[in-house]
Design a protein around this ligand. Structure first.
Ligand SMILES: [Zn+2]
Length: 319
């Protein structure tokens, strides 16, 4: 049973919306594109695991994309599987090219098109997550179960070579996506722990879910941008220009003539990722380029109001 679903990370959404909102000639556009190229494969890799997890034998619980605070730092877990006898933490790597994992020098090297790039040691990374999770569970839930971890290589085609003195042990901790199920089965047969009831597991899983703190990607700090750098407002779905004007109960593009009744919802979603998750009537008038507060009120009626009662401070929750 999935207790916490995988959600497309807000970082990628911010990056995509940012590319829409930046003028094409803006100097940071290339940097934003690079960041998309860097972030997107990881997310695709995690999604590619779902098909395999569908075939796991019950009972178990799944939590995707957890970000927890240990009192000092945040730590992130791609996927957590909870079985009655143990907890399994999965760290997903989606790196294309030829991979060499060097256990002596603690690095993962990718060779692609003649280039060698060194990545941080993924096994060291899951070891750390494993320790932090154990501590977190003891401290926050007075709960203990053995915690195991695996690095899952999501790219089906990349050959992997493991070298160094600890290659045997490392080979057991690093699995390819398609062998994940058999490796999990093996662990279920070998890890011996005091069995917990599903009720108890579920309580802990929900505690973990409610402790999750989503990562907020601060694009303005990252790319040294201010709102003045961005096109905000309603963008034409056809010619992509910010030339949409609300008139006679619909949006009309003053450049290409495209019409729409609901393109403001898309614009407001962009606002929610680039500016704020809530919007006031006044901000919406400015953002949508509409003078009438009554028209704006009507366009926003689908969104729930927060701070009910206080008319001046009322804001609409955009997501
Ligand atoms: Zn247009």
């Amino acid at each position: 049973m999935i207790v916490k679903q995988r959600r497309r990370s807000s970082k990628l959404k911010v990056l995509y919306y940012l590319l829409e909102a930046l003028p094409e000639s803006h100097p940071v556009v290339e940097q934003v594109k690079e960041e998309v190229l860097f972030s997107a494969p990881g997310e695709r890799g995690e999604e590619s695991l779902d098909f395999h997890l569908d075939y796991l034998d019950p009972p178990f619980l799944i939590l995707h994309n957890l970000r927890l605070f240990d009192g000092l730092h945040y730590f992130q877990i791609d996927t957590l599987l909870m079985f009655p006898q143990f907890i399994l933490l999965l760290e997903v790597k989606n790196i294309s090219g030829e991979l060499t994992y060097d256990t002596d020098h603690h690095q993962l090297i990718r060779t692609k098109d003649g280039d060698r790039v060194s990545f941080p040691d993924s096994i060291e990374q899951v070891d750390r997550q494993q320790i932090l999770l154990k501590k977190w569970l003891r401290k926050n839930c007075a709960f203990s179960l053995p915690v195991e971890s695996l690095v899952v290589l999501a790219s089906a085609k990349s050959p992997v070579e493991i070298t160094g003195d600890n290659r045997k042990e490392a080979g057991e901790r690093m699995v390819r996506r398609h062998s994940l199920l058999s490796r999990v089965k093996q662990l279920r047969n070998t890890v011996i722990g005091e069995e917990k009831s599903m009720e108890e597991l579920s309580k802990v899983a929900h505690r973990l879910k409610s402790a999750h703190e989503p990562y907020v990607f601060n694009y303005r700090e990252r790319f040294k941008l201010s709102y003045e750098d961005l096109h905000l407002g309603v963008r034409c779905p056809d010619c992509h220009r910010y030339r949409m004007k609300w008139q006679q109960a619909k949006w009309l593009c003053r450049f290409c003539g495209e019409q729409s009744k609901d393109v403001h919802h898309y614009a407001l979603e962009r606002f929610s990722y680039l500016v704020s998750e809530t919007i006031s009537n006044r901000e919406a008038r400015e953002f949508l380029g509409i003078e009438s507060r009554y028209i704006v009120k009507r366009l926003l009626k689908h969104y729930p109001l927060v701070e009910k009662g206080a008319k001046k401070g009322a804001r609409y929750q955009l997501r």
